[in-house]
Design a protein around this ligand. Structure first.
Ligand code: SER
Length: 311
């Protein structure tokens, strides 16, 4: 049977580029993009699209039947900063959507699920340097709590019901096509837009706040790679890492291309979130078990971001 893919949350930062990548890989007819809102022209015009609310179980089921979906990428989520402002709504969106999709897989209506986790599963009590795959998980944010719960639910459905669900713990994702919405790592995208447009940026994190980051191309590669593997015997929400930097270091790299670029710092509530997250991640298990590796270092990310955003 041909693989038919449904992407829920296809208009977000990762969903929009994942949609294009999967359409290129599997063909436009094999990929259904869906979101509660319209996406950019590329998403809307190049392939199939359905309006879909990730918290509407019946609506998801209808789309699964209508398009004979075999694989779901559940990319809809409320990110860390926004979730702090609407905790119950964030829980509702982040958890219910996952439980619906896991149930559909348990009932054999679909075969395979991708669900992203995050570095937000870690917390203040986690070692912050070279954060291990298996470590203390005491997240202090609503978003982190929902991601940790989602990891445990995924493990449960995998072990009890044989559900094929695969998960990565994404770090902050840097990209130029679609803006991120409501995350703590968003500064690392905003800074490029402001550097080009205004030559200056007011950063909501302090200059020495080091966080793990990854370029979109690498995040998509990791996602496609893990989904291409044979089913795993054990469910693991894999640490994946690429680079780590703080706003001051990122500014220095941008200044190599835009020497007059200036930055000021005005930390807000997002600083508190960032302070509970790791600085660097140990992803040796992913590198060993399914050959994960990243291509873009900070210099390459900055160069590619500036080139694309300028044109
Ligand atoms: N980029 C996300 C956030 O900042 C982390 O998963 O919320």
């Amino acid at each position: 049977m041909q693989e038919k893919i449904l992407i829920i949350g296809a208009c977000g930062q990762i969903g929009s580029e994942l949609t294009l990548k999967l359409r290129a890989k599997h063909g436009n007819e094999a990929v259904i993009a869906s979101d509660i809102r319209e996406g950019n022209a590329e998403i809307m015009q190049n392939g199939l699209f359905e309006f879909l609310d990730a918290t509407d179980k019946a609506a998801i089921l209808m789309i699964i039947h209508k398009h004979e979906i075999t694989t779901v990428y559940l990319m809809a989520a409320m990110l860390s900063a926004t979730a702090e402002k609407q905790p119950k709504k964030a829980w509702d969106i982040n958890m219910n959507s996952l439980l619906y999709v896991l149930d559909f897989a348990k009932e054999k209506l679909i075969k395979k699920v991708f669900w992203p986790s995050s570095i937000a599963v870690f917390g203040e009590t986690t070692p912050r340097i070279d954060t291990p795959q298996k470590t203390i998980l005491e997240p202090a944010t609503v978003y982190g709590i929902s991601k940790l719960a989602g990891e445990r639910w995924s493990a449960y459905y995998h072990d009890k019901f044989g559900v094929d669900v695969r998960t990565l713990r994404y770090p902050g994702i840097i990209s130029w096509k679609t803006l991120p919405g409501g995350g703590t790592t968003d500064y690392a995208v905003e800074i490029f837009h402001k550097a080009i447009k205004d030559g200056t940026y007011e950063c909501f994190l302090a200059e020495n706040t080091t966080l793990p980051m990854m370029y979109m191309d690498d995040a998509l590669k990791a996602t496609v790679d893990i989904m291409d593997k044979k089913p795993f015997d054990t469910y693991v929400s894999y640490n994946v890492a690429a680079v780590s930097f703080n706003p001051k270091e990122l500014t220095g790299t941008i200044q190599k291309h835009i020497p007059n670029f200036t930055i000021t710092y005005k930390p807000d509530f997002r600083q508190e979130i960032a302070d509970t997250w790791p600085q660097t991640i140990n992803d040796s298990l992913a590198r060993k078990e399914w050959d994960w590796n990243h291509e873009y270092d900070t210099d390459a990310i900055v160069k590619d971001m500036l080139t694309n955003l300028k044109s």
